[in-house]
Write a protein that binds this ligand. Structure first.
Ligand code: AGP
Length: 613
């Protein structure tokens, strides 16, 4: 997500802020900005689209101010424009704020502020913070920040400065990481340790509901409890960061891939944040508002993606048919673009892409637009070509995915597609009861995903046990047939082991010829409508001396009698099992590749975004 850096001390702030943002470049961003104060005056302010490294002149700008905040934006609300870059300010341009997170109720806050006479300069949710702080400002910045965040629903890591209450930075946290670097009589606030460790390794993590006030002499941290701020929290320990810079960028994990797998519960939370309407038993997908009525007339959906994104399309086929009552089929971008497709006018195209820049998917999108077909996008990157060229769409909000192997983005895609299933279903025959049931089950997924991640050490043992094999099969049925394909792709992509996925029922039509004691099979067999069929497939493999690693539903003891190893996932709705069943496969492929010493984040011959045919 976004990157935040703030500095207050005896030195000019701008060069320190600039190098802090440079350290955050790895996170990916689309725009950036700085605000530096010299006592009660704005000493430097700029916001730009693009890369910091293209604007090195900023570092050499003449600026003596010793207090400042800076930001790299990974757009979630509002397009990629200079106006939407942070810092955002109030109308009088004497209060400035940078923010990381999602303000769920920003639309209603914005409407209320506009009705009270506030004028907005951007499309972002963050700007409401600047105007709320202005609204409650009575001479003390931190008091105004406390009043402002009481009105906010959602997540934030924020830092604010003001010429009206100079020589201080106020920072507050709710879910989005914020930490304070302590370096003698200078203090740095940042969203990520990698922006701090070039100045100091002494850090303090802010916790949720905490607010910090930094001056050039000291800092205080207070807990915001419900209506009022309680006494200062003094029991915060200073921690020493032992990591080097590269480790800091990975949050202490050895690879981005593992860091991103561990972020998967948060990705689900961010994908559903502000998008659930329990009263209506429906999903709120603002990105589809403009085509909401056109969608009522859609009876067919053609989904298009590549690689992992294509497997998300295949899962969604089942979701849309079984729960939304819409005929659905999916196609690989590189195939669709050359087919002579028969598309009735009540068909919509749905394009899934993490990057929003995959050439084959974009080509299929443009082909469908040529035919006047309604086009919908599911992507992670605001302002990407796909985001701009589809008629409407929904962002997965998965944050920057650095590893070439797509993991958390896939989870974000599946979660977003599950929400779309409810949205489309409730336009059709899906009952309030079913809508509510699915919505509630989706809301439970982050906790269930955490349960699976807690098994990572056990999964590591299983992965190492099987890391010497040179061939694997992955099998699954219905919702998990695509997860078999995804599991095989993940394994081959990062470990270079030959792996293939197939629907369980297909084994007897050929793949069984390859099964023997040298070719283990991963069987994705949750307790669902096709579990018994999967048991038969497992027996087929066992009859040929094939080893079985089963992904099964917690509590299923029967599977232990026939599988060589079992990884359990919590029970959930059948249509949501892929969101859980894929997590052990992400970890399995990671740990096999780790055991083999592979270049996990940058596998040979592969690119993160395939922008060529
Ligand atoms: C998945 O691990 C691969 N990196 C690759 O298959 C990827 O999913 C595919 O290239 C599509 O990328 P996109 O989601 O950015 O369109």
């Amino acid at each position: 997500m976004c990157g935040i850096v703030g500095y207050i001390g005896k030195n000019p702030a701008l060069p320190i802020l600039f190098s802090g943002l440079e350290r955050l470049e790895y996170r990916g961003y689309d725009s950036f900005g700085f605000c530096v104060l010299d006592d009660d005056k704005v000493d430097y302010f700029c916001k730009e689209k693009g890369k910091i490294s293209d604007q090195c002149h900023i570092k050499d700008s003449h600026s003596i101010g010793n207090v400042g905040i800076a930001h790299t934006r990974w757009a979630t609300t509002g397009m990629v424009t200079k106006e939407n870059a942070h810092p955002h300010s109030n109308q009088d341009k004497d209060i400035f704020v940078v923010h990381n997170g999602i303000i769920e109720n920003y639309k209603e806050l914005k409407e209320k502020l506009i009705s009270e006479g506030y004028a907005f300069a951007s499309e972002t949710d963050t700007e409401v913070l600047a105007h709320l702080i202005d609204k409650y400002f009575k001479g003390n910045l931190e008091d105004a920040v406390v009043e402002a965040i009481k009105e906010v629903r959602g997540t934030y890591g924020l830092a604010a400065v003001s010429t009206k209450d100079p020589n201080k930075i106020v920072a507050a946290r709710m879910s989005s990481p914020l930490l304070i670097g302590v370096n003698g009589d200078e203090f740095i606030i940042a969203s990520d340790p990698s922006a701090i460790i070039t100045r100091t390794r002494q850090i303090i993590h802010l916790d949720d509901n905490e607010i910090a006030v930094l001056t050039d002499e000291d800092f205080t941290i207070s807990k915001i409890e419900k209506e009022t701020r309680c006494l200062n929290v003094t029991n915060k320990e200073i921690e020493m960061i032992e990591w080097d810079i590269e480790q800091a960028e990975k949050g202490g994990y050895e690879h981005f891939m593992l860091k991103e797998i561990m972020e998967e519960p948060n990705v689900i939370e961010d994908a559903i944040r502000g998008r659930i309407n329990i009263e209506q038993a429906n999903a709120k997908l603002g990105g589809l508002d403009s085509i909401q009525e056109r969608l009522r007339g859609i009876n067919n959906i053609v989904l298009v993606g590549c690689g992992t994104a294509y497997y998300a399309c295949k899962v969604a086929e089942y979701m849309f048919e079984e729960y939304a009552g819409i005929s659905a089929r999916s196609d690989i971008g590189s195939e669709y673009r050359y087919r002579k497709t028969i598309m009735s006018k009540d068909t919509a195209g749905l394009f899934v892409s993490q990057s929003g820049e995959t050439a084959d998917t974009l080509a299929a999108l443009r082909e469908m637009k040529e035919k006047g077909i309604l086009t919908i996008g599911v992507t992670n990157v605001v302002g990407s070509n796909q985001a701009r060229e589809t008629d409407a769409g929904v962002y997965t909000r998965s944050g920057p995915e650095i590893a070439v192997a797509s993991t958390k983005a896939f989870i974000g895609q599946l979660t977003t597609l599950a929400l779309m299933t409810v949205y489309l279903g409730r336009q059709r025959d899906m009952s309030h009861v079913m809508g509510e049931r699915i919505i509630n089950e989706i809301s439970n997924l982050p906790e269930l995903a955490e349960e699976i991640l807690a098994l990572k050490d056990d999964i590591k043992v299983i992965a190492e046990k099987y890391s010497h094999y040179r061939d694997f099969w992955f099998i699954g049925r219905k919702y998990n047939s695509a997860i078999a394909l995804e599991g095989a792709l993940k394994l081959k992509e990062v470990s270079y082991i030959h792996a293939e996925g197939t629907a369980g029922g297909e084994l007897k039509h050929g793949p069984l010829a390859l099964i023997d004691e040298n070719c283990p099979t991963v069987a994705i067999c949750p307790s669902d409508s096709v579990y018994e069929k999967m048991l038969s497939n497992i027996e087929e493999v066992k009859a040929r001396k094939g080893k079985i690693i089963a992904i099964a539903t917690k509590g299923n003891e029967e599977i232990r009698k026939i599988a060589d190893d079992v990884i359990y996932i919590p029970k959930t709705l059948e249509m949501l099992t892929p969101i859980l069943s894929v997590i052990p496969l992400h970890l399995f492929s990671y740990y096999v590749a780790s055991a083999l010493g592979r270049d996990i984040d940058k596998p040979k011959n592969l690119a993160k975004s395939v922008t060529v045919e």
